[in-house]
Design a protein. Structure first.
Length: 58
């Protein structure tokens, strides 16, 4: 996957997490958290490592 694809996926997933957290949709937060392993190979892409850490505390 290209870096731009990962950056786009990260942006969409971050926005989804923000919304789900804001409205208290725990099931959605759980589903988003399950996406974390897919991002791990791309930790070198800006923002991915921070996002994975954020998911661990979400």
């Amino acid at each position: 996957m290209q870096s731009k694809d990962i950056e786009h996926a990260l942006a969409v997933t971050t926005e989804s997490l923000d919304l789900a957290s804001r409205i208290g949709a725990e099931r959605c937060v759980t589903l988003i958290r399950e996406l974390a392993p897919g991002f791990k190979p791309y930790r070198q892409v800006d923002g991915v490592a921070d996002f994975i850490e954020r998911l661990q505390v979400a």
